[in-house]
Write a protein that binds this ligand. Structure first.
Ligand SMILES: Cc1cc2nc3c(=O)[nH]c(=O)nc-3n(C[C@H](O)[C@H](O)[C@H](O)COP(=O)(O)O)c2cc1C
Length: 185
């Protein structure tokens, strides 16, 4: 069974990861969630563990189940890493090589495809620094699932609304198919 490591960050759209987990599992993927410490302000570990059927990785210095640091095991067991929703903060940190929590370390150690589904305020999404970081990551081979126009946390409507969970899962499947083909060919 292919495994998707789902990184969840502190966006107002974090609750939508519940639908992403449900859709991925329905399609037969195993899902293991990794939360940033701030993500727990938006969605609980209990909800994610119940929906995914797996423990949630969060604390860097928690005793690992195996004698291998948790973030390295995550990177090794992943067929694909999906960060949905991805904050401006996580995009900036990963583009800068910062590794200060389980999610950033796991992404840094991963050799599988890594996909970002950004969600943020439209002004943040159009900030030239955020855009530069996204362009830089795309150049390095990271994938992006563009946000759509919709209601934002600030009450306005703009570009930065998380792509629909169905669209995210569809894109993940396409990327996994390409990666399977490349690995077998
Ligand atoms: C109510 C609320 C909603 C937020 N929504 C977003 C968001 O959708 N996207 C984003 O980039 N940051 C958002 N933020 C800011 C992030 O939570 C903040 O940058 C945080 O440090 C990100 O942590 P993480 O990337 O480690 O999870 C929001 C903050 C608050 C208080």
């Amino acid at each position: 069974m292919e495994k998707v490591i789902l990184g969840i960050t502190a966006s107002i759209a974090a609750f939508k990861c519940c639908d992403i987990i449900r859709l991925l599992r329905k399609k037969g993927y195993a899902v293991k969630c990794v939360m940033t410490p701030n993500a727990e302000k938006f969605v609980t570990r209990t909800t994610l563990e119940t929906l995914s059927g797996e423990t949630v990785a969060k604390d860097m210095f928690e005793r690992p189940e195996k004698m291998c640091p948790g973030h390295i095991s995550l990177a090794e067991e992943a067929d694909l890493m999906l960060i949905a929703p991805a904050t401006a903060n996580i995009i900036g940190k990963i583009a800068s090589g910062i590794c200060d929590d389980t999610l950033t370390c796991a992404v840094c150690a991963a050799s599988c495809p890594t996909v970002f589904a950004p969600a943020m305020n439209d002004k943040m999404y159009n900030n030239p620094i955020v855009r530069d970081k996204m362009d830089y990551l795309a150049e390095k081979g990271y994938y992006f699932i563009e946000p759509v126009e919709g209601a934002l946390a600030c009450g306005s409507v703009g570009m930065g609304h998380l792509a629909p969970p169905e669209k995210i899962v569809e894109e993940v499947e396409k990327i996994l198919l390409c990666s399977r083909t490349a690995n077998n060919g």
